[in-house]
Design a protein around this ligand. Sequence first.
Ligand code: MN
Length: 439
Amino acid sequence: MTTLDAAGVTDPGQVRAQNQDTFFVSGELVLIADGMGGYAGGEVAAAIAAEVVEASFAGNETPTGLESAVLDANRRIFERGVEPGLEGMGTTLVAAGMVRSDGGTRLLVANVGDSRGYLFRDGGLRQLTEDHSVAAELVRLGRIDEGEGAEHPGRHVLTKVLGVDRDVEPDLIEFEPLEGDRLLLCSDGLSNELDDEHIASLLRVGSPSDAARALVAAANAHGGLDNITAVVADIVDGSASPAEPSTMAVPVVLPRDRTLSTPAVARSAPALAVRPVLSRWERFLRRREDLRRRRAYNKWVSFRGVVFLLAFAAVLVGGFAVLRWYGTQNYLVTLRGDRVVVIQGRIGGFLWWHPRIVLRERYGPGQLPTQVRPGLFQGIDEASFADAKHFIDTMHRQWAIAHGLITVPSTTTTTPAVSANFTTTIYVPTTTAPRTGGT
Ligand code: MN
């Protein structure tokens, strides 16, 4: 069975007090994480990346297993990035796993950031990963050449980091591992100090552990401006050489020889040792934007809630008003006992609105014209109390006139013609059908 014989070395370098790089090696998986952000953040982010990827990949050693392990790590770091002192923390991650599928065993490299994966095969060195830095993107776009890219101030500004955003898309590089292949994973503290030729020469000899030590020592000797980490893994056929079982290696930290340290000022660009993935200012802006978005969301939620409640209340009130209008705004001229009455409401009531008598005349149906009497038994609808009252008065007056009980009022100066007109307009001819109801 094809497996990895791997060893790793990490060192804080000659300038940094802390080491925010970390690595993990086993027979199935090797990885490097180069953390960044705050005093503690970088170390925490890198540690989470290593732990989560290792745990998540174990038992799910497939191409999708490695990718989802990386996404798990991203999520975990992002979630913990809200804790005080850990705000905006992130890490690079380059991980190589032996993945099993129908096609046999393959090697899958997942990458986020500017740590690197190299394949050393048949004496030649090939960089497997692409850096996710501003300078590297510009080189890929053809805006600047590689020489310019190596000096570009954007070479330390990452375009992709694990744990800084909710989502991340790692680059995935898969290939068939061959016996004798040697894999190198390293942080930028190594690749910034050593060129490919130098790296290849140190990979050519010795065990993985020897090669890793030699690489880190060389980077330190060259300046060691950043934390330096190297993981060297040989592809071996485990069934052929059952020698020692691969286990998780305890990070080998080279003893620091301060006398070898090169003063930072001696370097051409010491400022580049500071690696602002997100500057303090950018982090501040991002955090503020995040807060604002959250606040806007809360505001939106409560605003929507209020609008909903108001709309709901309006529907209730509106519906009630309509029902009340239907139940009460109706006037009926009818009879109660031997009296002519006006009832407000519906006959028999409607919901909790009961009909009530709002006017009781002193007379009965006998003192209204004959033709309206059948209608009174059923009830004659009127739109308002005034209409109802007007109807009764008019009818009663007609009856009184018809029976000679009153004479048409010749109100002061009005002419007889007007009086006659008045009489004819209000008189319901006996030949016409009853005004309402009844047959
Ligand atoms: Mn670094």
